[in-house]
Write a protein that binds this ligand. Structure first.
Ligand code: BES
Ligand code: ZN
Length: 874
């Protein structure tokens, strides 16, 4: 074993005795036959005695006879498919120092949206293939043999041999092109030091538009032929973001050019390949007439996110996937900074609380994981591109920034980027720089948030003049974990003028309220309010005692609180109710305090809570379900009536978003007038697609309304939607239809929508729209469908994150222990690492709902409260 190739099996990482310095790659894709051939010459530095070279390769055929290290031919070559490694053995130790490893290989342009793959598009009525790469996390090894780990940075020099009439793009600019008949050879400049997962190739037919930054960097957006006008918005955001990041990181954009390109088949939303960023079409293209306000925001955020990676991720790269959150959490956080500066009227930092909310919701599961997570095999990496790495990651960065102050924070980040440019960093390296620049105990503070899963709930109680605080880990199942955090506490009393800031380091602490009270108050004044976690900058929840909670309800009614604080209060209250720390009755009473709220950012959280209550009450209190829905409708209706269905001249972006949000919520809550109006407008739209009665922003609501009225015997609405889907050229429009198809209360229609996913009319990347829309009435049929088709689903959606969508969407809506047991039993012999976490989390959600239901049923005064609130609003 000691001297056999097998010694390298079963390792999380490649051995370090040899490392690549420079790759010279020549690749020739055949778009018709869907395969490719290549030749690699890699300059390798051998730093310790070895007779082996060990690198990654997967699903590649490596021509053994072609392998040479300098002029040495290997004596044994072994490819271990499971470990995705290629072990090349020689008859003696290799000389220490630099040598060139050369080999030829071939592979398949697969249809799995990973590695080197083919995507399909139609040009002039003809179906065509394009060749695209998606290497993150560990799929460069499916395109060429390489040291496929982020820390093995090397320079890349590519040469592509492609059909002469196609556009061929890679990370760097073209230096030379030679045409020989039907094939052209394109030579690219050598790249700076970079990781393998950022290498990219795209070959197909495209048009582009171009602009440049203030530094003169050329920026292009490539689209399908004839669609460049849809790239203008993204191009503008890109140019401005690059200028902004150059200043923010105090480092120029590192490459000579930046291309951004829309790919019709794309597993993620977008990918930050160095100098050649790839996107789903819906995440890059924006059309004034055809896209919605929320499409627009998504494009801006996605572009800003991927471009942030050009510094944070590409220039400075995580040392290993354990530190993935450094990439993703950071890019997510900073994308809000950029978009906020480009579109201040979007109130983007308040919208950031959507991220914090998803992070808090996921991290309240026992089946969550720490931000820094051990990775032992390439197959485990995909699963951590989740809300913990992204949303919790971004939120703890915001928490730290707010604790240190924006200026100090930015200065430290700029020195971090300088210090680790063209190299790699670990989480602790970032803390060290921040600690040095700020003099604050950053490492101790942050380690409690990144190395341990979960977060605390702070119990706050007023005892005389003391505000008493106690922390305990918050879990949605109602138990208390054992975690302890260093919590940056902020608080204010009666106004935002005086704020108290300190670190809660122990289980309990107390502060005198004089420390954060602006005005002199007489003792025993009951009308005060105290808000902790001001503007929700901290990644924790707060449970107030009854007196403090009542004070906050009054403050909400009296419009004393910031938008962010109003969001925090309703989110915390909802989470505490699910965890049975507070009654549904009291949550409903709190919601009532939001009845004349008119702000999109707040109402988006309020509606999400409303929809969840409405769903749980179907199972928990079927008798009360109708009344509860009515109550929630009453809450949202005034704002919806004010906005109406028709856009108004000069109205704000957020009001446009709000209209769509409220109409969709009212349809989901079963509000008849809204459904009828949606159906009416849909019919007009169906006859005249240019009608002004149904612009993109309200279309989804109308589609959902139609689907509420559809059944197998009355299916014309469903068929009409299918027709719209088939006729729509725009992916954003297609996604609106797909997101509605499975929302009918009729089981047979749901089944039909699910089966539609198996046809070649729906791209594999788009299955999650259909899965995400399944009606509550359709859960059983969806589960039966999943069981029946599991083998097919697994085979077709091998790529892991998409597989997880099936489980999440179909399992999580259940609410009984019996169902959880049934699901668990079904998967007992079918479990795979790629969706194991998704399954465990979904099952946990089911059990949490089951317990919530039990507790709701035991609330003595729920019925009475509902009646009282209904009357109050009437
Ligand atoms: N690096 C990711 C893309 C990625 C995701 C690669 C999962 C491999 C696995 C990219 O930067 C990203 O985060 N994209 C986001 C969009 C963003 C706006 C949050 C996405 O794809 O959803
Ligand atoms: Zn990212």
């Amino acid at each position: 074993m000691a001297d056999s190739p097998a010694q390298f099996r079963g390792q999380a990482r490649l051995p370090r005795f040899a490392a690549p310095l420079r790759y010279d790659l020549r690749i020739r894709p055949d778009l018709a036959a869907c395969n490719f051939s290549g030749a690699a010459a890699v300059a390798v530095a051998v730093s310790a005695p070895t007779r082996f070279l060990v690198l990654n390769a997967a699903e590649l055929y490596v021509d053994r006879a072609s392998i040479r290290f300098q002029d040495l031919a290997p004596t044994d070559v072994t490819q271990f498919e499971e470990d995705e490694i290629l072990v090349i053995g020689f008859d003696r130790d290799l000389p220490i120092g630099e040598g060139v490893l050369a080999m030829n290989f071939t592979g398949t342009l697969n249809d799995q949206m990973r590695g080197f793959y083919r995507s399909k598009y139609v040009c002039n009525g003809e179906s065509r293939n394009m060749a695209v790469t998606q290497f993150e996390a560990a799929d460069a090894r499916r395109c060429f043999p390489c040291w496929d780990e982020p820390a093995f940075k090397a320079k890349f020099k590519l040469t592509l041999e492609v059909p002469s009439d196609l556009v061929a793009l890679s990370n760097m600019p073209v230096v030379k092109e030679t045409v020989s008949g039907p094939i052209k050879t394109v030579y690219y400049e050598e790249s700076p030091l970079m990781s393998t997962y950022l290498v990219a190739i795209v070959v197909g037919l495209f048009d582009y538009i171009e602009s440049s930054t203030s530094e003169g960097t050329k920026v292009r957006v490539y689209t399908q032929v004839g669609k460049t006008n849809q790239g203008k918005f993204a191009l503008d955001v890109a140019v401005k973001s690059l200028d902004l990041y150059k200043d923010y990181f105090a480092t120029p954009y590192p490459l000579p050019k930046l291309d951004m390109i829309a790919i019709p088949d794309f597993a993620a939303g977008a990918m930050e390949n160095y100098g050649l960023v790839t996107y789903r079409e819906t995440a890059l293209l924006y059309d004034e007439l055809l896209s919605s306000a929320s499409n627009k925001q998504q494009v801006a955020i996605t572009v800003a996110h991927e471009l942030a990676h050009q510094w944070f991720g590409n220039l400075v790269t995580m040392e290993w996937w354990t530190h993935l959150w450094l990439n993703e959490g950071f890019a997510s956080w900073v994308s809000y900074l950029a978009v906020d500066s480009l579109f201040p009227e979007w109130n983007n930092w308040t919208q950031f609380l959507d991220e914090t909310t998803s992070g808090l919701r996921l991290d309240a599961l026992a089946e969550s994981h720490p931000i820094e997570v051990e990775i032992n095999h390439a197959s485990e990496i995909d699963a951590i591109f989740d809300s913990i790495s992204y949303d919790k990651g971004a939120s703890v960065i915001r928490m730290l920034q707010s604790y240190l102050g924006a200026e100090r924070f930015q200065k430290a980040l700029a020195s971090y980027i300088k210090k680790y440019a063209y190299s790699n960093a670990k989480t602790e390296d970032l803390w060290a720089v921040l600690e040095e620049e700020s003099g604050e105990p950053v490492k101790d503070l942050m380690t409690t948030w990144t190395k341990q899963q979960g977060y605390p709930v702070i119990y706050a109680k007023l005892n005389g003049h003391d505000l008493e605080l106690e922390q305990a880990q918050f879990l949605s199942d109602g138990s208390s974990g054992t975690g302890m955090w260093i919590v940056p506490i902020t608080s204010c009393c009666d106004s935002y003028d005086v704020q108290k800031k300190f670190l809660l380091k122990d289980k309990t602490d107390k502060i005198h309220i004089k420390e954060f009270t602006a005005s002199q108050r007489s003792d025993g004044d009951k009308n005060i309010w105290i808000k902790l976690n001001i503007d929700q900058t901290g990644f924790y929840r707060v449970k107030y005692d009854d007196e403090l909670a009542a004070g906050l309800v009054n403050a909400i009614k009296a419009k004393k609180l910031s938008l962010m604080d109003k969001i925090g209060i309703v989110e915390d209250s909802y989470a505490l109710s699910v965890a049975r720390k507070q009654t549904l009755t009291s949550l409903l009473r709190l919601l009532n305090a939001y009845h004349d709220e008119s702000d999109y950012t707040v109402l988006s959280h309020v509606t999400s809570v409303c929809l969840s209550i409405s769903k749980i009450s179907v199972d928990a209190t079927p008798d009360l379900n109708k009344d509860i829905k009515q109550l929630l409708i009453n809450l949202l209706l005034p704002a919806a009536i004010k906005l109406g269905w028709d856009p108004k001249d000069g109205e704000s972006h957020l009001d446009v978003m709000l209209r769509s949000l409220l109409l969709i919520a009212l349809v989901r809550l079963g509000h008849n007038e809204t459904i009828n109006e949606g159906v009416r407008r849909f019919h007009i739209f169906f006859e005249d697609r240019k009608t002004s009665l149904l612009p993109p922003d309200t279309r989804k609501a109308a589609y959902l309304a139609v689907m509420r009225t559809v059944s197998i015997s009355n299916r014309s609405g469903y068929d009409a939607l299918l027709k719209i889907y088939r006729e729509a050229a725009e992916p954003q429009e297609k996604s609106r239809v797909l997101g509605s198809l499975s929302s009918s209360p009729d089981k047979d229609i749901v089944l039909e929508a699910l089966n539609f996913m198996f046809t070649d009319e729906v791209r594999h990347q788009d299955s999650y729209y259909i899965l995400g829309g399944i009606s509550l009435e359709g859960r059983e049929v969806a589960w039966t469908w999943l069981k029946t088709n599991w083998d097919h689903v697994l085979k077709t959606w091998k790529s892991s994150s998409l597989i997880s969508d099936f489980i999440n969407s179909i399992v999580s809506p259940f609410t009984s222990e019996e169902k959880a047991a049934e699901v668990s039993e079904f998967f007992a012999c079918r479990i795979k690492p790629s969706f194991q976490r998704a399954l465990k989390q979904s099952l946990e959600r089911v059990r949490i709902s089951a317990r919530w239901i039990e507790s709701i049923r035991s609330e003595p005064s729920l019925g009475e409260a509902v009646q009282e609130l209904l009357q109050g609003a009437a």
